[in-house]
Write a protein that binds this ligand. Structure first.
Ligand code: LMR
Length: 329
C-alpha cells in the first residue's frame, strides 16, 4: 500500500520535473512601426537579446518592425486582446487612453532632449506611465527618438510658407491644431502610409525625426527639410497590465531590469542615430536642409504657441508647468 503511494508520488514528481524541463518559453511579441536602424528599432532588438540571454528557455521575444505585424490603429487593440505583448507607440498616439499624455505634443515645449529626459524621470512624468492601468495598459519606460523637423516640396522658413499645404500628422488632435495654427491642413495618416501619401500628393508635407525620414526614404519625396526642432517624438514602451502582472515574479523582475538597461542605452544612442541619419540625408543631395535664423524660429514658436492654451484644460496647467520647469537643468 505504502509502496503504491510512493510509486504514485515518484511518478507525479517525475512528471512535473519533465513538464518543467519541457515548459514552453513565454513568447513576447514586440511590434512596432519603424525600421530596425532607428532608436526604437535598436531598442526592441536589444531587449530581445538581453531578455533571451538572461532568461534562457523561459522567454522568447519576437520583434516585428515596420508595421509587419500590426500598424498604427491596430496595434493598441492587439495589445488589449493579447495578440501582442509589447509596443512602443509614439507619445502622440495615446490621446484616446489618457489626455494628459498629450503634453508631449505641445510645440516648442522642451528646449532639448535633456529637458524631456528630466521631465520623464520626474514624479509627474513617471506618474504618466501608470495613468492607463485602469484601461489595462502599463507603461514600462520612456524611450527617446528625438526632435521633429518639418518638410515639404517648398522651403518652409516662416509660418506663412506652410499656409494651405496638406501636412501628414500622427493621430493627435494637438498636432492637428499645431498645423491649423499656421493655416495649413493637417491630415491624420498612419506611419506606414506616409511615403506613398507624399509621393502621390495626398499630402504635401510632414514632420518627423531625422531617423524616421532617412529610414523610410521620406526625404526622397520631399525637396526641403527645415531644421525646426519644434517638437518631440518619444515613445512609451507599454504592455498589457494583466499579462505583465500574470508573469512569474522572477521573470517579471528580470524583464524589468532588462527594460531599464535597454532604456538607458536607447536614450544614450538616440541623438547619435538621428545625427547620423541627418548626415546621410544631407549627403544624398536629394533634399535641401534649411536652417532657421533665431528670428524665424521665434516666429514659428509664436504662431504655434496658442495651441498650449487650447489643451491646457485637458492636460492640466500644473503638468505643463512641471514640464516647462524641466527646461532648467
Ligand atoms: C510617426 O507615426 O510618425 C511616428 O510616431 C513613428 C514612430 O513610431 O516613430
Amino acid at each position: 500500500m505504502l509502496s503504491n503511494t510512493l510509486k504514485a508520488l515518484a511518478c507525479a514528481l517525475s512528471f512535473s520535473i519533465t513538464a518543467l524541463a519541457h515548459a514552453e518559453p513565454i513568447v513576447i511579441k514586440f511590434s512596432h512601426v519603424v525600421a530596425d536602424n532607428t532608436p526604437k528599432g535598436q531598442g526592441a532588438l536589444l531587449f530581445k537579446r538581453l531578455a533571451e540571454e538572461r532568461l534562457p528557455g523561459k522567454v522568447t521575444v519576437e520583434v516585428y518592425p515596420n508595421s509587419s505585424l500590426f500598424g498604427d490603429g491596430k496595434e493598441m487593440e492587439a495589445l488589449l486582446i493579447g495578440d501582442v505583448q509589447l509596443l512602443a507607440p509614439s507619445l502622440a498616439k495615446f490621446e484616446q487612453y489618457d489626455k494628459s499624455i498629450q503634453i508631449f505634443d505641445l510645440p516648442f515645449l522642451f528646449d532639448d532632449l535633456a529637458a524631456a529626459d528630466r521631465f520623464q524621470s520626474s514624479p509627474q512624468g513617471k506618474a504618466l506611465l501608470t495613468a492607463m492601468e485602469d484601461k489595462n495598459i502599463t507603461g514600462l519606460a520612456y524611450w527617446h527618438n528625438g526632435t521633429k523637423q518639418m518638410s515639404a516640396n517648398k522651403p518652409l522658413r516662416e509660418p506663412k510658407d506652410a499656409r494651405g499645404l496638406k501636412f501628414r500628422v500622427q493621430a493627435s488632435q494637438v498636432l492637428e491644431e499645431q498645423f491649423k495654427a499656421v493655416r495649413a491642413n493637417p491630415r491624420k495618416m498612419s506611419f506606414a502610409e506616409v511615403y506613398q501619401g507624399l509621393q502621390t500628393g495626398v499630402v504635401n508635407g510632414t514632420e518627423n525625426t531625422w531617423s524616421n525620414y532617412e529610414s523610410q526614404k521620406v526625404h526622397e519625396v520631399q525637396k526641403y527639410i527645415t531644421e525646426s526642432d519644434h517638437g518631440l517624438i518619444d515613445y512609451m514602451v507599454i504592455t498589457n497590465t494583466q499579462f505583465w502582472q500574470g508573469l512569474p515574479a522572477d521573470v517579471r523582475s528580470e524583464l524589468e531590469q532588462v527594460m531599464q538597461e535597454v532604456s538607458v542605452e536607447v536614450n544614450r544612442q538616440a541623438d547619435e542615430l538621428n545625427q547620423k541619419a541627418k548626415r546621410t540625408i544631407a549627403e544624398s543631395g536629394k533634399t535641401e536642409i534649411i536652417r532657421l535664423t533665431p528670428e524665424q524660429r521665434g516666429e514659428w514658436r509664436e504662431a504655434m504657441r496658442p495651441v498650449w492654451k487650447k489643451f491646457e484644460g485637458e492636460i492640466g496647467a500644473d503638468l505643463i508647468k512641471a514640464a516647462e520647469a524641466a527646461n532648467q537643468p
